[in-house]
Design a protein around this ligand. Structure first.
Ligand code: MG
Length: 304
């Protein structure tokens, strides 16, 4: 439990204790339990010198007297008008009784405030908690975002004679291959950009610049393996990857199973979380003339 939670707990129990004190005060102000008697019967008891001690409670429209009886454990109580109060007081004093005024139970704004303070504190504390919960919810939404995030990746490489034709981490026999600082794997590069985009962590050029000699000629699967730490730091994981590879030749379909297995292993996901499609460019532009290969990827990330 952190210090903030401790403070809230202390405040909560403090409010409960104050509320308990308020209730006790309200109950105790009514004085000890007593047998209710008429005012005339009470005067007779005073006249018989049976009242040694009396507490007078001033109500808004009447006066209540709670008195002990001599040689008895029981108290008696009666109600009278303000007009009879002076007379009763004189009779009690004349009989030798001790007379005292108890706290006024109403009509005193200070008393009302004191009695209502614990309740006000409790209501204020509840409002404070509600505000904190709303604030934390908004903060969580702002920092973690929605449950699913989307990222888009694209890459294109020129095809050069004599280079190995590597797509999705799989080398396919062909007379050309993608030209690049690394192995030029357009599918791996586009996946990397899609995942980084969804994570809000930049792009492949920022994390693995082609000016850095350590990435020269390496397998692009290394880049995918690096994504695991990026996602772990952000408490995210890959939900699904959908990809389209565009090349005039060779046919990629027969190699999809191997590509999925290879990519999934590097990304630490299941092959079923990857969808691969292949298209030609119908002989149009550089891709159609067999001079380039490209890939489009959409990736979804989910919060862990
Ligand atoms: Mg590239």
């Amino acid at each position: 439990m952190n210090s903030g939670s401790n403070t809230k707990t202390i405040l909560f129990w403090f409010s409960i204790i104050l509320l308990g004190i308020m209730l006790w005060k309200l109950v105790s102000n009514k004085g000890p339990s007593a047998d209710s008697v008429s005012y005339s019967d009470f005067l007779q008891l005073v006249g018989k010198n049976e009242i040694p001690d009396a507490r007078i409670y001033l109500e808004p429209n009447s006066v209540t007297v709670n008195a002990a009886r001599r040689n008895s454990q029981r108290h008696v109580a009666t109600t009278l008008s303000y007009g009879d109060l002076q007379d009763l007081k004189e009779r009690l004093i004349d009989s030798g009784a001790k007379v005292e005024y108890a706290n006024q139970r109403s009509g005193d704004w200070v008393l009302l405030l004191l009695n209502g303070m614990p309740l006000l504190l409790l209501v204020g504390f509840c409002l404070f908690l509600m505000r904190q919960m709303r604030s934390r919810g908004a903060q969580a939404l702002a920092t973690r975002g929605p449950g699913v995030r989307f990222g888009l990746g694209y890459d294109l490489h020129r095809l050069d004679a004599g280079r190995p034709f590597i797509v999705g981490g799989v080398e396919i026999p062909f007379d050309k291959g993608p030209l690049g600082h690394s192995d030029g794997d357009v599918l791996a590069h586009a996946i990397c950009d899609a995942v980084l985009g969804a994570a809000g962590a930049g792009d492949i050029g920022t994390l693995f610049p082609d000016t850095d000699p350590q990435w020269k000629g390496v397998s692009s699967l290394i880049f995918l393996e690096q994504l695991a730490k990026v996602l772990q730091d952000r408490k995210q994981s890959i939900g699904y990857i959908d990809a389209v590879v565009i090349t005039e030749k060779p046919k990629l379909g027969p190699h999809f199973a191997a590509m999925k297995a290879t990519l999934a292993k590097s990304l630490k996901i299941k092959p079923e979380q990857i969808s691969l499609k292949a298209k030609t460019n119908e002989g149009v532009d550089a891709i159609g003339r067999g001079e380039a290969i490209a890939a489009h990827v959409v990736a979804t990330l989910v919060s862990c």
